[in-house]
Design a protein around this ligand. Structure first.
Ligand code: PLP
Length: 144
């Protein structure tokens, strides 16, 4: 959410939230009411870290695609627990970091459909080095 807020501030974009009920379930019947002509992307966590809920991302993607809106899935909390099939989900983007699947820190995966990769060009590549007593980390941030 923090990154989303920062991004929106930089781009002067409006951030809207799908509400959730007392059980922590997204009220996706309210999603279509949040969509308008200016909606550029819908970003959703597959599994919520805070609530432990598994979000109905396939349904969300179906609704979004009715309006030609791409969907970004944050799989940080699902990739290590449940099968994730980007083709079956039909998501446009999906991301998780390497250490979530017990891999090295500082790497990650960003999946994107080819049609989006053709449109999104990296505009900035930033390499940050941080050295701790145990490891030397290289974090690369690509802004698209
Ligand atoms: C849903 C979700 N997305 C993203 C992250 C951030 O992952 P990272 O540890 O790579 O910063 C977390 C962290 O636990 C998370 O729960």
């Amino acid at each position: 959410m923090f990154h989303g807020k920062c991004f929106c501030q930089r781009k002067n974009a409006k951030l809207k939230f799908i509400p959730f009920d007392n059980d922590g379930r997204l009220e996706i019947e309210k999603l279509e009411g949040l969509i308008n002509k200016k909606t550029k992307i819908i970003s959703v966590v597959h599994v919520s870290n805070a609530l432990g809920t598994i979000n109905p991302i396939k349904k969300i993607i179906k609704i979004a695609h009715k309006y030609n809106i791409p969907v970004m899935v944050d799989a940080a909390q699902s990739i290590q627990h449940i099968p994730v099939d980007v083709q079956e989900l039909d998501c446009d983007f999906l991301a998780f970091s390497g250490h979530k699947i017990y891999g090295p820190t500082g790497i990650g995966v960003l999946y994107a459909k080819e049609k989006w990769l053709e449109q999104c060009r990296p505009t900035r590549v930033v390499a940050i080095w941080s050295i701790s007593s145990h490891l030397k980390k290289r974090l690369t941030c690509i802004t698209i």
